[in-house]
Design a protein around this ligand. Structure first.
Ligand code: CP3
Length: 357
């Protein structure tokens, strides 16, 4: 069959909208980061937060994996906790300790004490970075913006980011309904403006990371986390005229697929605990009900990239065969692990790029 070859950005956006393509687009969560020596070189000179807030540095780090491997998507280098600076919270990353966020936010009084900032002023640096990335890649990659889901970011706000007992944090958020509502009333409009700003500055697709939502049961998630996610998606689509498809990521999230479709996700990211074929069947009824397709993203286990390149190729091919020919974006089921050999990232990307429908 004579299949047209699409420019990477077009291939990515078509797949995200469920339209036919020549092969799946490919990118990796955490593709910019510590497994790359060129990232480590920048980090030796600058703190993590400086890398995020300085457009030249963030742009350089975002483009590093793309220059090496030529993925179809470039995700902007920042963090789900960065927008909290607009609320007056300080964020830092320490090697071996993980993210630290201060002060913790645990009561309605703490929520009232949060600062209010205008997104355009607070995130001007990010708009500059995104415009730079878009200019640098042209149509040779889709530019991906992102934010954290309200539930996941709230989890970090309550815990302060280090050492807090995850069960206690979860129970506090689940049980203190008034606190949770007050907190989400601040986070949802902030994140909607944050994603809107990214889309207006050149992000063609955005991903919402709900890294901690998967610890909830379906019932808990539907009651406590889904309404804020749904409101966030609706606001972004309303504010941008549905210009950019929204990917929802959660792992483990196989018990929440129908919820993500009902919340308005255009693409649902799947982890390795569930097959892509089974996931496709699960999202189909919801897609039909709302009258627009749901694409899938995923789902290779990032630990397979710690094995040898031959295994990566075989397992990636198996994944691609399951992914189907429309509405599928090749990715891992979670972020690249920092000890991943570079040649295995290469093997993953090359296997997708040489695959043809
Ligand atoms: O390449 C990309 O995917 C873009 C950049 C990106 C980062 N964080 C950079 C980063 C993205 C999309 C994120 C999202 C993020 N951040 C999530 C959701 C995804 C997931 O993994 O579940 C979460 C939960 C966070 C919060 C966060 N920030 C964590 C858990 C860490 C790691 C802490 C540690 O020291 O291991 C960070 C810091 C962070 N964000 C790093 C990077 C590259 C490491 C920074 C460094 O030490 O150089």
């Amino acid at each position: 069959m004579d299949t047209p070859v699409y420019a990477p950005a077009e291939r990515f956006l078509r797949a995200a909208r469920g339209v036919a393509v020549d092969r799946p687009p490919v990118w990796l969560m955490r593709q910019a980061g510590r497994y790359l020596p060129e990232y480590q070189a920048v980090r030796r000179e600058h703190s993590f937060v400086t890398c995020c807030t300085t457009p030249e540095l963030s742009q350089e780090i975002s483009l590093q994996p793309w220059r090496r491997f030529g993925m179809d998507g470039v995700i902007v280098f920042t963090d789900i906790l960065m927008p909290l600076a607009a609320l007056g919270l300080a964020f830092s990353v320490d090697e071996g300790i993980g993210p630290i966020l201060a002060p913790p936010v645990r009561t309605q009084g703490d929520v009232r004490a949060l600062r209010t900032a205008d997104a355009t002023t607070a995130f001007g640096y990010l708009a500059t970075t995104l415009r730079g990335i878009r200019g640098a890649v042209g149509d040779q990659a889709a530019v991906i913006g992102f934010c954290g889901a309200p539930w996941t970011v709230a989890t970090y706000m309550v815990s302060g980011g280090k050492g807090a007992d995850p069960a206690a944090v979860r129970q506090h958020l689940l049980q203190d309904h008034a606190f949770r509502t007050a907190l989400f009333e601040r986070l949802v409009p902030l994140f909607a403006d944050y994603l809107t700003l990214q889309i207006q500055a050149g992000a063609q697709v955005v991903q919402i990371f709900d890294s901690w939502g998967g610890a909830l049961s379906r019932e808990e998630y539907d009651a406590a986390a889904a309404p804020a996610l749904q409101e966030l998606i609706a606001r972004v689509h309303r504010q941008t005229n549905h210009m950019a498809p929204i990917i929802v990521y959660c792992q483990p999230g196989q018990h929440l697929l129908e919820t993500f479709v009902a919340a308005g996700a255009d693409v649902v990211s799947i982890d390795w605990r569930m097959g892509l074929r089974a996931a496709r069947e699960r999202v189909a009824p919801g897609a039909q009900q709302r009258g627009r397709p749901v694409a899938l993203q995923g789902n290779l286990d990032p630990e397979l990239l710690l094995q040898d390149a031959a295994t990566v190729r075989t397992q990636t091919q198996r994944m691609l065969a399951e992914g189907g020919t429309t509405g599928y974006i090749a990715n891992l089921g979670h972020g690249v692990i920092k000890t991943t050999p570079i040649e295995n990232v290469q093997a993953f990307v090359e296997t997708v790029k040489t695959y043809a429908y």
